[in-house]
Design a protein around this ligand. Sequence first.
Ligand code: COA
Length: 119
Amino acid sequence: MEDRRIFPEEGFPEGQMKVELHVGSGGSIWIGDEMAGYYILREHDGITDMIRFAVLPEFRSRGVGRFMLACALQHATTERIVLHVKKTNRSALRLYTRENFQICGEILGSWVMCRTTSE
Ligand SMILES: CC(C)(COP(=O)(O)OP(=O)(O)OC[C@H]1O[C@@H](n2cnc3c(N)ncnc32)[C@H](O)[C@@H]1OP(=O)(O)O)[C@@H](O)C(=O)NCCC(=O)NCCS
């Protein structure tokens, strides 16, 4: 699994990624037999926290992120979803803003963004 390649500082080790994706509340998009992207959701206090969202480099800028975000929103079982995104991560910020996420806080150089899951 690619998590440490995409998130070198905080990436999950391979074994934990398998658990997160297959046992935890996660999902992945496959193109042919290759995983193109994945997300991981955690629910707490009635809110879904999207703790991972990534498209593998070779599959970016083809609409996979937008499609996968729609899947994650459908997957979430709470009314609100929240995520953290580094203020310098322009492509992710563009995607989330385009998909109606709004800044609802900030923490340690990241925006906290949220939206309802059902809009
Ligand atoms: C942020 C991220 C998830 C975006 O994924 P993506 O698959 O590239 O996103 P999309 O393809 O849906 O949209 C990205 C761009 O491709 C364009 N695009 C969408 N469909 C397209 C298509 N069929 N053909 C060409 N371009 C297309 C979009 O218009 C968008 O361009 P813009 O941002 O300049 O407006 C990805 O860059 C990533 O995984 N980054 C590293 C991990 C990360 O930062 N995750 C977020 C942590 S909070």
